[in-house]
Ligand binder design. Structure first.
Ligand SMILES: Cc1cc2nc3c(=O)[nH]c(=O)nc-3n(C[C@H](O)[C@H](O)[C@H](O)COP(=O)(O)OP(=O)(O)OC[C@H]3O[C@@H](n4cnc5c(N)ncnc54)[C@H](O)[C@@H]3O)c2cc1C
Length: 573
């Protein structure tokens, strides 16, 4: 049974490949163990070397992009090894290289990234203005005389955010810029631009290093372009053409309009969101492993019940088993999203054509990223608060993982904007007319009750968002949809599991906590009775009691080497 549960947690690649990846990350010679003795710059250099190690063993990048399940499985382990590694891998493989491969980059550039002669950078955000992604100001002006482009930052507020501040580390940028031909706006395209090599910055590239973020190392900077020449071969034209004609040049783009071009240019988004979701759900598993092992081993000295392990107390059950259930819930959700993208790559990929940038690319994987990063923030916070002083110490990784959740609230597209965009997409078709009544029947410990409640909650939220679209009704709709997706992914995992009862109880615990949190809205909408609302706390206790004997089994299924979690108290597993 533990093996079956482990396969349920790690379904992306065959068990033999999972074992090989785990071996690489836990091998003391490979350099992935948690380090606290390095400066930020040394850590940033180390994660670039770690990327070389991963690429040598499991790459190159173009093969990983052709088989995304293997790429996502690697992100699972990167999420446990170091948040900084997640960013470097994400930018290199899922943003820079995916753009070059998907949008028609040259074989030389693909080889450069495959062989890591240069690491990839991706420059989309112009962070001095909010939601800059739909109003790119960096310009690429077509120069007909030289049949190339001139890249410029028209004003300091258009400077791009990038990871390219580390001296001596060659970076190849994929820069999103507005193509101008004879003064005409032809839309936002990607251009491949060497930013720096071993000797320093390339001509016309100016950078301003940024102080970065606490708790993880990154070579963040702002980048300005001062008339940087880009040859035609480095325009990621993606089917668009510029041709000479009698009276100048003609431009043709197969995309229908400028919005469709923008959506297409950031087509690597789904690679990115599935990778983030698998990495962050792994980090959530790391948090609960640290906190639950600690709570099981730590003796408490209360006067009435001395020498009980911390986890024997109810005030530890509820936050920690709730965190365990949420870690499982976002794991199932992230895995489904990654597997769905994997299968889409082999068949029916299509881009929606709505105007909003994130949800228009792939609404479900963007939403999954938002739900999983919020889930990691919740899980990490509960684990940190339940772990006393150790929860704040860098000897273990809880704060690192929490920071990863915080960072991805913004990175990869702001979560709040993703939720609001998702709601806009969901509210467009009118809600079906059924489900008028409330749910008067049902036990809050019955999975069928929660499946029906999730459906009716989303339906009511849909009606309200359609009748009165505003901030509150939109967020309620996106959250109701997210809760329904999460429950459905969990119940599908339970039905595949060798121990359906155990996995169903985990799903129920997470769902019941979600219901508890929105009980006011459900009561006001007559979808929950006062009696049902009052039953919830006792039902949560019942589920915790049922899950407690299996805590070690549930954590062992994560299969995380102690060397990655970094707590001296835990030793190696
Ligand atoms: C660790 C890290 C690394 C990053 N690395 C890179 C990188 O390598 N390359 C890169 O290009 N980018 C990078 N980013 C930037 C990232 O993509 C952006 O942070 C993200 O897309 C959000 O954009 P923003 O920070 O400008 O936030 P904003 O767009 O300013 O959004 C912040 C908040 O403002 C409000 N808001 C903004 N616009 C609107 C609107 N139109 N309507 C309503 N509300 C609005 C919302 O409440 C939103 O939650 C990185 C970010 C982080 C955190």
């Amino acid at each position: 049974m533990p093996e079956a549960l482990r396969d349920l947690v790690h379904p992306l690649v065959p068990a033999s490949t999972t074992r090989r990846i785990r071996e690489l990350f836990s091998d003391s010679g490979s350099g992935f163990a948690a380090r606290r003795d390095l400066t930020r710059e040394q850590t940033t250099r180390l994660v670039h070397e770690q990327l070389r190690t991963i690429n040598a063993e499991f790459g190159p990048g173009s093969d990983l992009l052709a088989e995304p399940s293997r790429l996502y499985a690697l992100f699972t382990w990167a999420g446990l090894a170091d948040p900084a590694l997640v960013f470097v891998m994400l930018v290199h493989y899922c943003l820079a290289q995916a753009s070059v491969v998907e949008l028609g980059g040259s074989t030389e550039r693909i080889r450069e990234l495959d062989e890591l002669t240069s690491f990839g950078s991706f420059l989309i955000t112009e962070p001095r203005r909010g939601s800059s992604h739909i109003a790119t100001r960096t310009q690429a002006t077509y120069d007909a005389a030289r049949d190339g482009f001139v890249l410029t930052t028209p004003s300091p507020v258009a400077a791009k955010l990038a990871n390219a501040a580390l001296p001596g580390v060659p970076k190849l940028g994929v820069v999103l810029a507005r193509l101008k031909i004879a003064g005409r706006d032809c839309g936002v395209f990607a251009f491949v631009v060497p930013l720096r090599d071993e000797r320093g910055l390339k001509p016309g590239v100016e950078i301003q290093p940024l102080p970065g973020m606490p708790m993880f190392a990154a070579d963040s900077c702002l980048v300005n372009f001062d008339h940087v020449r880009v040859p035609r071969a480095d325009w990621l034209a993606d089917g668009a053409t510029i041709e000479a004609c009698a009276d100048g040049t003609t431009f043709h783009d197969p995309c229908a309009d400028l919005d469709a071009r923008l959506v297409r240019t950031i087509a690597s988004g789904p690679y990115c969101w599935s990778a983030i979701s698998t990495a962050l759900s792994a980090a959530a598993r790391g948090c609960v492993t640290i906190a639950l092992r600690y709570a099981s081993q730590r003796t408490t000295m209360g006067r009435t019940t001395p020498r009980l392990p911390a986890l024997a107390h109810r005030n530890q059950h509820r936050p920690l088993l709730g965190a365990l259930a949420e870690a499982y819930a976002i794991t199932f959700l992230a895995n489904e999203s990654a597997l769905a993208y994997t299968s889409k790559r082999t068949g029916q990929e299509s881009l929606d054509d709505a105007a909003a940038p994130w949800s228009s690319i792939n609404a479900s994987s963007a939403l999954t990223k938002a739900l999983v990063s919020r889930g990691l923030e919740n899980v990490a916070e509960r684990c940190r608060r339940s772990t006393g002083a150790l929860g704040l110490m860098t000897a273990n990784r809880i704060l690192d993982y929490q920071m990863l959740g915080h960072a991805f609230h913004a990175a990869g597209g702001d979560n709040q904007l993703i939720l609001l965009d998702t709601a806009r997409t969901l509210a467009e078709p009118p809600p079906p007319a059924e489900f008028e009544g409330g749910l008067e029947q049902g036990s809050v410990l019955d999975p069928a009750f929660h499946q029906a409640l999730a459906e009716v909650r989303e339906h009511r939220a849909h009606q309200q968002a359609a009748e009165n679209p505003n901030y509150d009704t939109s967020l309620e709709l996106a959250n109701a949809h997210g809760a329904a997706l999460t429950l459905a992914a969990g119940m599908r995992a339970a039905s595949r599991s060798a121990d359906t009862r155990l996995v169903t109880d985990l799903c129920l615990l997470h769902t019941l906590e979600t219901t508890h949190a929105c009980a006011g809205w459900l009561l006001a909408n007559k979808l929950l009775t006062p009696a049902q609302a009052l039953e919830i706390p006792e039902a949560l206790n019942t589920l915790c009691e049922r899950l407690l004997p299996d805590v070690n089994t549930l954590i062992d299924a994560f299969d995380i080497p102690g060397s990655l979690l970094g707590s001296p108290r835990l030793g190696s597993t």
